[in-house]
Write a protein of this length. Structure first.
Length: 85
């Protein structure tokens, strides 16, 4: 499923899961060829976005909090954006 945001940038959803108020999405930004995993937690309003390398995309999708913790980010903090160094 392709989606377009307000600025006209096109993203393609590569994977999606939603369980108990927790939504995880793997997105590909077609113009820049960048991958992103986003996590939204409806239970506490937290949002997490991780830029990922292609070889890590599915692992980050399956374990976003582990990857965020490895990079020093705690999931309790709402509205966080984290990029790979």
């Amino acid at each position: 499923m392709a989606t377009t945001n307000a600025t006209g940038e096109t993203y393609r959803e590569l994977a999606h899961r939603n369980n108990d108020g927790l939504e995880v999405v793997l997105l590909w930004h077609q113009p820049t060829d960048e991958l992103t995993v986003t996590v939204s937690d409806e239970r506490n309003g937290a949002h997490l976005e991780l830029a990922v390398e292609p070889h890590q995309a599915l692992d980050v999708f399956n374990h976003p909090y582990a990857h965020a913790a490895y990079q020093g980010l705690t999931y309790q903090e709402p509205s966080l954006v984290l990029t790979q160094p």
